[in-house]
Design a protein around this ligand. Structure first.
Ligand code: PMT
Length: 395
């Protein structure tokens, strides 16, 4: 990644926290890596460090108030447009909450709301404030919108506790800034097809055969691919997860509908990832009226196999990459390796669906990346992080 910051404009947003002085080191590190750095401070940050310090370090005016620069009547827009990347360090619970809710009541928050460039947040606060449900929910919302998070670290805090909440090391923040810049265009020009969620196979107009997929994994993939610059088509079964903005969504209900939507979208796609939990069987003859309890017997439900979407995409893929998932309850690696050969795709993400932190409906996943070269075990990751890990392997 070395050199990625060369000649790029990095906007460092400093908020009111004792770690504000460490932002000086961050400015220096980003400059050392080739960036032109501008600094924007919240009013509270100026209580911890004087803007003159940043002015001397950057040789640039320090942005402070919404109405401070008479030469630039819409300062927040010009700052947002000028920045190739924005890093909020240290980020307080307050600015994280504002970002999550879209509050725009000062120069810093309006600039962040107006920004279209990648944003990195490096939280620093008391450990209880960090672990508070509100902060964690706000962080989750930011991650879901593609904000990269660096830290926090563990160690001595200003309140005297030794716990989680410290600003993470400056090198880690700078590495994350470089990673954000690299990834924001890593899939530019790619058209990614993703299948997600369950399918519902009708028994009659009110009953169906379904499964526990929430759609979270596929939606996380769609979000991550969008954030990496791809054009995304998400073929989405009846899932709980909400489809992300900025992707083309094709809602479907049954395995047959998902099959036809996926094959049609694949005609224009450059790669495909099948994260959906597709029913393997469907009722042979769904009733066109509601089966009445006690009046009609249902001693036998005849099922017929559905078409295999992953297999059929792999059959026509040519040079294009196709990745499948495998929901495993036994030996994930061995079963997924067999699936890889059977389906004819390029890779399988095997996930262990027996664990409470992995598989259906969870926010995290324990997975293995499996190709003909072997199996790579990944740590337990949030579904957003796993999505990025998968896409990094496809660029
Ligand atoms: O949606 P979440 O709650 O976030 O849960 C995520 C998940 C557990 C559903 C996801 O991570 C996952 O494992 N998806 C695949 C589930 C599955 O059906 O696995 P499988 O081993 O039965 O199928 C293997 C592959 O074939 C999958 O890529 C599947 O999409 C595909 N397939 C299966 C049957 C079929 N008829 N067509 C298919 O394309």
């Amino acid at each position: 990644m070395s050199g990625v910051l060369e000649g790029r404009c990095a906007l460092v947003c400093v908020t009111g926290c004792i770690a504000a002085y460490k932002a000086c080191e961050l400015v220096r590190e980003l400059q050392r890596r080739g960036a032109r750095v501008k600094v924007l401070m919240s009013e509270h940050a100026t209580h911890f460090i004087d803007p003159t310090t940043f002015r001397a370090l950057t040789h640039e005016p320090v942005a402070l108030g919404l109405f401070d620069d008479p030469s630039d009547p819409i300062h927040h827009i010009s700052l947002a447009k000028e920045a190739d990347v924005i890093v909020v360090a240290p980020a307080t619970a307050n600015v994280i909450a504002k970002m999550a809710c879209g509050i725009a009541d000062d120069l810093l928050s309006t600039t962040l709301l107006a920004a279209t460039s990648p944003i990195i947040v490096a939280p620093a606060m008391n450990s209880n404030m960090w672990r508070a449900a509100a902060t964690q929910e706000n962080m989750q919302r930011l991650r879901e919108r593609g904000v990269l998070v660096a830290g926090p670290g563990r160690g001595y805090l200003a309140c005297g506790d030794v716990d989680e909440g410290r600003l993470i090391e400056i090198e880690t923040i700078a590495d994350t800034v470089e990673q954000a810049l690299c990834e924001s265009s890593a899939l530019t020009g790619e058209r990614v097809l993703i299948t997600a969620g369950p399918t519902h196979e009708p028994i009659d107009p009110v009953r169906f055969i379904g499964n526990r997929s929430s759609g979270k994994m596929g939606v996380a993939l769609a979000r991550a691919a969008r954030d990496m610059g791809a054009q995304v088509t998400l073929v989405l079964g009846p899932a709980d997860a909400t489809a992300p903005w900025g992707v083309d969504v094709v809602p479907v209900e049954t395995a047959a509908e998902m099959h036809s939507a996926a094959l049609s979208a694949f005609e224009d796609a450059t790669m495909a990832i099948c994260a959906a939990a597709v029913a393997d069987y469907t009722p042979a003859q769904p009733s066109d009226h509601k089966l009445k309890k006690g009046v009609e017997t249902l001693d036998r439900l005849e099922l017929v196999p559905t078409a295999d979407i992953l297999h059929d995409l792999s059959a026509v893929k040519g040079e294009r990459l196709v990745v499948g998932f495998a929901a495993e309850t036994g030996d994930p690696v061995a079963y997924a390796q067999a699936k890889l050969a059977r389906k004819g795709c390029d890779a399988i993400v095997a996930n262990d669906v027996t664990r409470s932190d992995s598989g259906f409906g969870t926010d995290t996943n324990k997975a293995w990346w499996i190709t003909t070269d072997g199996a790579e075990e990944l740590p337990v990751l949030s579904k957003d992080e796993l999505a990025r890990e998968i896409l990094r392997r496809l660029k």
